[in-house]
Every structure is written in C-alpha cells, then in structure tokens.
Design a protein around this ligand. Sequence first.
Ligand code: PMP
Length: 442
Amino acid sequence: MKQSTEVLSIEAETIARTGIIRYYPMVVSKGQGARLWDVDGREYIDFSSGGCVANVGYCHPRIVRAISEQAARLTHSCFTVCSNDRTPILAEKLIGLLPGNYEKKIWFGLSGSDANDWIYKILPKATGRQKLVSFIGNYQGQTMGAAALSGLLPQKRFLSVSNVVHIPYPYCYRCPLGHNQKDCSQECFTFFSNYLSGSICAPDEIAAFVFEPIQGDSGIVVPPPQYIQKLLEFCRQNSILMVVDEVLSGIGRTGTWWSCQQLGIEPDLVVIGKALASGVPISAIGGRKDLLDAMTASHHVTCGGNVLASAAGLETLAIIEEENLLANAKEMGKLILKRMDKIRINHQIVGEVRGIGLLIGIEIQEGDDPSNKMAHKIVYACWQRGLLLYYLGLFGNVLIIVPPLVIDNHQMEKGLEILDEALGLVEQGKISDEDIRAFAAW
Ligand code: PMP
C-alpha cells in the first residue's frame, strides 16, 4: 500500500479542486466502529462520521454482510423502470419511522442534493404556489435546485434569480438583529412575517418553508422553541407546507429518528440522505402521499433507490433499533455537554457549546468575534494527536462533534481529552499559520 505522502502527491496532480475540501493531510485506509486508520497505520478516534454518514459506525459486520450478500445477488436493476425486492421494503420501513398521522409515500434518489432538487422542482407545481421560503444559513446541496434553496454564499454565487426567499434564522448566539438571548421576544419572526408579506410575497403565494430543524453546516444552530411555535402557527394559518431537511440531522443523530421530533414539528415532507445506507449512496423524501404522487415520472435518477443501497439501508435502520443507538446518542451527547462545561473554563477561545444528542457545535472565538483560523488550527492539532473532526459555520468557526452513534464512553473521553489539549496548544500559539496554510477549507 502507498504511504500518505505518495497518495497525496498523486491526488494533487489528478483530483479536481472543485470537488474536495481538505482539513488535514490524511489518507484513510480502514475503519471500525468509531475508529479509522490511515494508510500509514495511525489510528484515530472519529468525531466526524465522515460527514454524518457512519451513524452505525464504520464497517459494522452486519452492514458488511448485508452489502456482500446483496452484491452477490444483484447490484443494480434501475429501480426507475423495474422494481426489486429491497427498495419497497425500505420505503415501508421508513414510512413506519416518520412522524405524522397521515398517508405517506417515499421517493428515492442518490444524494441530499437531488432530493432537495425534488423539493425545488415539484412543490411549486404540486401546490400551484410559486415561492419557497428558506433560511439564511440553510444548506440543501450543490445541484442547482438545492443551491437555490441554500442560504450560503458558496452556493448562492452560482445563481442569479430564483423563486426562493431567504429569511434570517434564529442564530441566537450571534443574533442577526443584535439582540441578547435573555431579552429576546422573537423579533426576527415578527420582522420576517411583516417584511415577507408586506414586500416580497403574500403568504398565499408560498408553497413551503424548507427548514433544517437544527442548522448543520451553519454551525449546529438550535432554534428556540418559541420561534418554532410561531413558524408552525404561521404555516398552519396560511396553508404553507413544512419541509424539514434531515439529511444531516436525521437517522437517529439527535437521539430521536428525526431532529424535528425534538422540536415538536410534524412536517409534511422529510428530506433524508447521508446515513440512511451507511455510505452507499441513497437519498429519500418521505411524507404526504398526495405531494409525492403529484407528478408521475418527473424527477428520477438512474441509480436512485438502488438495490444495494436499499439492502444497506434496511440493515442500518435495523442496527439503530436493535443496538439502542438512539439511547446511546442521547447519553453520549449529555456526556459531551457535561465535559465541555469543564473544558471551557480553561479556554477563553471556547464560546457557546450547543446541540442535541450527537449533534454538537462549539463556537471558537477571539474575544467575541468568530475565529475561523483558530477553529482550523484546533482541527489540525486534533488530527495530529489522533482525533478527527471538522469545523463549519456561517463564520467558519464552529467545531462540530458528530461521532458515530456507536461511540463508547472510553472513546468519547479520550477524544475530548485530545480536544482539550489541542485547545491549549492553539491558545499558546503552538500551531502556526504555515501548518494549516495548505488546508484552508471553508
Ligand atoms: N441537506 C443538508 C442539511 C446537508 O447537510 C447536506 C450535506 N451536507 C445536503 C442536504 C446535501 O447532501 P449531499 O451532499 O448528499 O448532496
């Protein structure tokens, strides 16, 4: 096997920069549970789940078996034109897990992006209402419909006009209206409802709100329950659909199957991806039958609802249930918050620590200002010491702790110890600008 440096030099010559983000020079070779190894044989604890995908851990023996057995029978049959014996069973299983007491169906695709393209294409047609409302900081993906729904500059710069209206998200720690969390009366909501219906679009022109119940890429931003209540009321009063994007936050990550359940939201549609099949590409939209049946053969991709991915998906969902991973996510999440309470006392650069279950964000700041550079240095120092994590955020300064839901106490404690040490090293200036220069990610 080639060493990291050799692989990375081949990568530098061959791989398109448009498709990659790099936080550190790692070449992964194998995984098991919440651990990964690089090609040089170094072991790491993983706090990233490879982008919230490895929820049941890497190479779970049941997933390996399910994929191997399915691969030996059939890897592809084009589900768009011919059914198979796995995909409808996965749909049936997902329907049983979704919130809401109404008739449901499932659409299958390949990625969170193509699923959000469904939302962008179909909902205005299915409802006869032209506008979609999304939030500043939402991330829906890279394809054009998903990019139109996203409220982040890296996606927005490719679009000129669209029918999506973006409104401020209640990012209370860095309130867009400059308020203090303690004296907040949800003015951002009042502002948007007046502003929207007064100057941008009447509520009866809005097909849906598209909403990450907990914003992921913008820095694990948890909205206050009062805000959600107002939003739900507004949707109900104006017959506006509620679409939740659970691509990152779903499949058990927050300790319930869907993060919207933590906030008391009963959505019309749920967008699903990432962890559904433990890394075999598949995405889904689940929810109201009338919407999902609205337009026959109007959004499909050749490998969508693939049989191999469906077999892996069925096994993923079974493992989460049978190994009580929702309970573990809750318990480990509490442990992180408790340990971080202690760790932050010694580190001025740690701001708010927030999240639910194993979806935790840590604000890194210099004074009160978000610090992208410090966040990157911490992530780099962690990697050097055997802990993998990323940073994200509207200001690129939030460390995200999203380990596989199978992580155990010992691995969690060890990982947090490394993080503690890395925070200290960065504060003492032990990681230089030069160390991270080649890897600036977001
Ligand atoms: N929605 C959310 C909330 C996401 O976090 C992501 C990916 N980060 C996507 C959609 C897009 O998914 P994909 O990368 O599989 O296209």
